[in-house]
Design a protein around this ligand. Structure first.
Ligand code: URA
Length: 423
């Protein structure tokens, strides 16, 4: 077999066999297939696509590149939740405790931020002492004890995805549906949960820009899940604007606490309630309506908040240690009208450039910096109204940041946070 023949075969739009996919992926992990060859193959896949058999085979080869976590020593149904990546996305910090307190076992392996998306692990590391490097035993014991644990490690999970994902990020192939589906599903299947809820983001601040693409990605992941005997539900949600009121690591942890305390942004709270209801519904085999009632009760009686505190403490974190940048720089509107849009990607890029995210995987995160949004879509804006605050650690140039907030004379039709649910 020869990598150039495999690249040419995909370039001509032909189906790759299991053996050819394995040859390319294993060869890349072993450094026998070079970066430039793998980039060509990834681009051929982005342009010509893959059928479901090929996507299944790619997923299988990726899973087999590393460990599969065995969660069978955790009693009860394990439900995982994944987001395809968004700006200000701290949902895991809210839905994890809410679902756990309803009796669902959450053994979650999470990632760090790359590109414009945030990573749950970076957010948790803004809490001093919080251990994101649990051993497999610590991870499993914690879930048996308190129902919830989040770690980065506990096994060498899908090393092929780590290497290929980093290459996709610099070779313009992050948006190919077969590559996203196999990347997500290989990690979800290798991390061992029984059922998986996937929050598929669509919009200007997401990989999927159209609802049609988000539906296709969802159906692909559900079909791959079926072939591995895993129930997958995709909740397609709007990602045109940042999620909630904050972007940035410490700020988002604080917002998760506020949300669990009942003081969250309405749209964000609604999303968290829907995602956790589906986790509880599939985990306990009860109707979505009953699950919703249970989750709302746990939010209102603060059991979700108490579970969050218990989880942070159990992993060694001091929740009183959150730190925020000392500079709070006001962003004012220079027009009047209605807030009709936010340039989410550029706003996230600006905040990341202050240290909230990373360009390179070795960049160090500054947990203290971020942005607080003070206006919502369709809010009436007067000239000089505050649109938000940059939270920074140093003096920075905020030139033209108000241009990221689009003010128009007419308001717009509201876009629902949940756009479709696919089972
Ligand atoms: N999240 C992943 O894990 N992989 C992708 O390819 C995109 C989002």
């Amino acid at each position: 077999m020869n990598i150039v023949d495999i690249i040419n075969k995909k370039e001509e739009g032909n189906e790759l066999s299991y053996e050819e996919i394995k040859y390319a992926v294993d060869g890349y992990l072993a450094d026998e297939v070079k970066d430039y060859q793998m980039s060509s193959l990834l681009m051929a896949i982005e342009i010509k696509g893959m059928n479901i058999e090929e996507i299944y085979n790619l997923t299988k080869v990726m899973i087999d590149s590393g460990d599969i976590i065995d969660l069978s020593s955790i009693n009860g149904i394990k439900v995982d939740k994944h987001s395809t990546g968004g700006v200000g996305d701290k949902t895991t910090l809210v839905v994890g405790p809410l679902a756990a307190v309803c009796g669902i076992k959450i053994a979650k392996m999470s990632g760090r931020a790359l590109g414009f998306t945030g990573g749950t692990i970076d957010k948790l590391e803004s809490i001093k002492g919080f251990n994101t490097n649990l051993s497999k035993e610590e991870f499993i014991n914690q879930v048996n004890d308190i129902g919830l644990s989040i770690t980065t490690t506990a096994g060498n999970l899908v090393p092929a995805d780590k290497k290929i994902y980093a290459l996709r990020d610099v070779s313009g192939t992050t948006e190919a549906i077969p590559l996203i589906a196999s990347s997500i599903m290989s990690k979800k299947i290798a991390s061992g949960s029984d059922k998986i809820i996937i929050d598929v983001k669509v919009g200007k601040g997401a990989f999927m820009k159209t609802l049609d693409d988000a539906r296709l990605l969802s159906k692909t992941m559900i079909e791959i899940g079926k072939r591995f005997n895993k129930e997958v539900i995709a909740i397609i949600t709007n990602m045109d604007y940042p999620l909630g009121n904050t972007i940035g690591n410490s700020l988002e942890v604080q917002e998760a606490i506020d949300t669990l305390n009942g003081n969250g942004d309405e749209r964000f709270t609604k999303l968290c309630l829907i995602l956790s209801s589906y986790m509880v519904s599939v985990g306990k085999n009860i109707s979505i309506e009953d699950a919703f009632d249970e989750v709302v009760e746990k939010l209102n009686n603060k059991e979700g908040l108490n579970k969050f505190y218990e989880f942070i403490k159990y992993q060694g974190g001091d929740i009183n240690s959150l730190e925020f940048g000392k500079n709070k720089i006001e962003i004012k509107s220079d027009k009047e009208g209605y807030l009709t849009d936010i340039d989410t990607l550029n706003l996230a890029g600006f905040i990341n450039s202050l240290g909230a995210g990373r360009k390179d995987k070795n960049d160090k995160i500054n947990p203290k910096v971020g942005f607080i949004l003070t206006k919502k879509i369709n809010d009436k804006i007067e000239k000089n109204d505050t649109l938000g605050y940059v939270i920074s650690d140093s003096d920075i140039d905020i030139n033209n940041l108000n241009n990221y907030f689009i003010i128009d004379s007419k308001n717009i039709d509201e876009i629902n946070i949940v756009l479709d649910i696919i089972k």
